[in-house]
Write a new protein. Sequence first.
Length: 398
Amino acid sequence: MSERTLLLGFDLGEEKSQMAVYDREKNIPVLIGQTEENQEGLIPTEIALSGEKPLRDFLVRIRRQEDVVVDGKISKPLNMLSYFFRKTLSLTRKDYPGETIKQLVVTVKDADREYMELIYAALEQLGIGRERAMVISHKQAFPYYVLNQKKELWMNDVGLFDYEGNTLTYYQMQVDRSKSPILVGVSERDYSGAVSLPEENKEHKAAVFENVVYGAIRKKLLSTLYMAGEGFEGGWADSLFRKLCVGRRLFKGRNLYVSGACLMAREMAEEKRLGDYLLLDEQMVTSQVAVNLYAEAKQQKVVLVEAGVPWYLVDEELELIPSGETELALQTKNVLTQKEKQFMIELDPLTGRLDRHCRLMLRIRFESPSQCIVTIKDEGFGELFPTSNRIWEKQVEL
């Protein structure tokens, strides 16, 4: 039987993808498929169906939810993506025979919910459930990479220019060491319109890009700059890179996101090296959600939701047996402001059965990073006290 040991990062790109496995001896991510000719381990994002020419734009079709017709047969987007994952993940068998995936983190440029759900479903078809898989954006993979580098590289803010195709994005990572836990955030700005110039006009392109860079980092104290993406190939910006090295470090390459995803897989499955840090972005819950209850012979706070979790992944349940209480107190604490709130949810519909004569299922979900949905359902209490089928819900603004 294969042993689940692999901690795997997967950067799913529209034209090229990458995979990296965490090497426990070297303590670094190692690219899969890396050769002298292919130093960055780039894997074409393509599939071949029924002997046809490789289909290279299938991810674009998948995001549009378009079917593909081959030899008169319809291939669904989900099945195409699952096939690509199966084919690509099998490349790990060459260097890691007899080992299977313990934790997989897939990173994509833009992680909208519909696309993420499709990726989760494709992995589910391969037997990789959500307990072993996570889908994140490039923006989220960035800090996982940086925080695992030498601290001198991120003593101050860290910038990242991502240039792929006609898209130029600037990310900046900030660390707030005055808070506990230490807060890590990433801001984002799109500069795509500024560099949509003909390739042959490299001098003009370099001049425009230089203005973009200095505009983006003006009055910013940066320890390090990263330049990622195929767009920087060809040496057209190398003279600017040399100037930017004055007073800071600069790195250029294409393995930042896949390495960040791989390091996140390690963080999730094994070593909690970033336990003192809380990574936040606009998709993440900024408040802890908890309830006070009597459990294990003592009164205690039970945390249902931790801050730093993407809001769309939250779906927590807790079974409660009231002991005379007529309302439930929900407590929240915002990690940014340290402000605490308490919300009371009345249990009046169950009057007369609240003294250990009912079971309540408490469910916590989110509609946005700041809007929490609290649902309580009467589960009954055996044959003597059947469920009333009552369900009541409250929306809480954190």
